[in-house]
Design a protein around this ligand. Structure first.
Ligand SMILES: NC(=O)c1ccc[n+]([C@@H]2O[C@H](COP(=O)([O-])OP(=O)(O)OC[C@H]3O[C@@H](n4cnc5c(N)ncnc54)[C@H](OP(=O)(O)O)[C@@H]3O)[C@@H](O)[C@H]2O)c1
Length: 377
């Protein structure tokens, strides 16, 4: 008997968080004149020690090819933490603060267009955009960005955690059809939750792995409500009956896609569940361990191991293709992962804002369990 497994038993709940978010944004806009702050660091290190909040002068009007935007919500993602630690292969944005240069954190963020350069086409004041360019320093408020580096969001899709990574991984590697199966780890991550939902909408079944925890049943039932077909903890991988069960479930349709954001020994064990000609697509390495794959899987099962990086996808696709993707995603009306907004715009001083930020970063280090979204102005 497999322990810690849940199967689908409920329909997907309606998403209301996105609307809540839009409402909370408009209220805040109306309520107060916004501050202009950024979360910066000079040297790489422990985020709770090196990150600080710094006010800065607002930029002047945008050049002809640029837009002035205000970032309204910017997530603190695992890769952002790695950039601050100096262990992620990306160079953070540099800005001048009172004559000194510092790095500005943040790779993703939802921004409102405030002013448009004279030669910019297709964007207007009031549009909502995200950055197509990596590492623009989204942990900031007022900024000017080149218009070609932003993607306009359809009004109905306002979302702070964008799911393109999940969508693209489900479409770019294996031609999946209704009834097919996908295996994934880190299933409760923001990306993992989007994978579950998009797959469920398309009739694709998912086998999901998460880490064990005291309230594991609660997490499992949440993922099942999102549309997960099965949810397991990694402990189930040592149960010999798991492979047998998976084989029974997938006998007509062996698993051909596995999404990996963890790596390490548990991920290696998961590959035993794959069918012939499967693709394992790695997009993160949360365990900070290497991915080791049995040679036999390549020889006898024709396994293909690949990587995916959404930033590369943006670089390789046109503005039209990026905007089309956002429209497609808007139509899914995905439920947002649990999140908390850390509003530092109203803190009385940069020191007070820094203290609050560091307190939250310490909580995140210990496993906060919710996505933290920064609001700096
Ligand atoms: N390649 C790309 O284009 C791309 C795009 C977006 C994100 N990513 C990557 O995708 C991953 C998830 O990002 P996200 O923003 O969705 O993350 P998130 O919502 O912050 O969730 C982090 C996930 O990592 C898990 N985790 C943390 N430490 C772990 C460990 N030592 N062993 C196993 N699992 C661990 C967490 O599980 P617990 O709840 O058990 O802590 C949680 O499921 C990250 O690695 C990120 O860099 C890649």
């Amino acid at each position: 008997m497999l322990r810690h497994s849940f199967t689908r038993c409920a329909r997907l709940p309606r998403a209301s968080r996105v609307l809540d978010l839009v409402a909370s944004l408009s209220t805040t806009t109306a309520q107060k004149a916004a501050a202009n702050r950024a979360v910066i660091f000079t040297d790489a290190g422990n985020p709770a020690e090196v990150l600080r909040v710094q006010s800065y002068d607002p930029p002047s009007s945008p050049l002809a090819d640029s837009v002035k935007v205000r970032f309204r919500l910017s997530p603190i993602n695992p890769s952002d933490i790695n950039v601050v630690q100096g262990v992620y292969p990306a160079t953070p944005m540099k800005m001048q603060f009172g004559g000194d240069e510092a790095n500005v954190g943040g790779n993703e963020g939802l921004a409102e267009v405030l002013e448009v350069g004279s030669a910019v086409k297709g964007l207007k004041r009031g549009d909502w955009v995200i950055s197509a360019k990596p590492q623009v320093g989204t942990w900031s408020s007022l900024r000017t960005l080149r218009a070609e580096d932003v993607i306009k969001l359809p009004a109905e899709s306002l979302s702070e955690v964008n799911p393109p990574t999940a969508y693209n991984m489900l479409h770019e590697f294996v031609q999946l059809k209704e009834g097919d199966w996908v295996l994934q780890n880190g299933a409760n991550s923001a990306v993992g939750q989007a994978v579950i939902q998009i797959a469920a909408r398309k009739g694709i079944k998912t086998i999901n792995f998460v880490r064990n925890r005291p309230d594991i049943d609660h997490l499992m039932s949440q993922l099942v409500q999102l549309g997960a077909t099965h949810v397991f903890t990694y402990d189930a991988l040592s149960d010999k009956s798991l492979a047998k069960h998976v084989k029974q479930w997938t006998s007509d349709n062996p698993i051909r896609l596995m999404l990996n954001c963890v790596s390490g020994p548990d991920t290696t064990a998961m590959t035993r569940l794959l069918g012939d000609n499967a693709h394992i697509v790695s997009y993160g390495a949360m365990s900070k361990k290497p991915l080791s794959l049995p040679t036999s899987l390549f020889i006898f099962k024709n396994l293909c191991a690949q990587g995916f990086w959404q930033s590369r996808w943006y670089q390789q696709h046109s503005r039209q293709e990026r905007e089309d993707l956002m429209k497609t995603l808007a139509d899914f009306k995905l439920k947002e992962p649990e999140h908390e907004i850390l509003d530092l715009s109203a803190e009385p001083s940069d020191e007070a804002a820094t203290q609050r930020l560091r307190h939250v970063l310490l909580k995140m280090e210990q496993g906060f369990g919710k996505k933290v979204l920064l609001r700096l102005g």
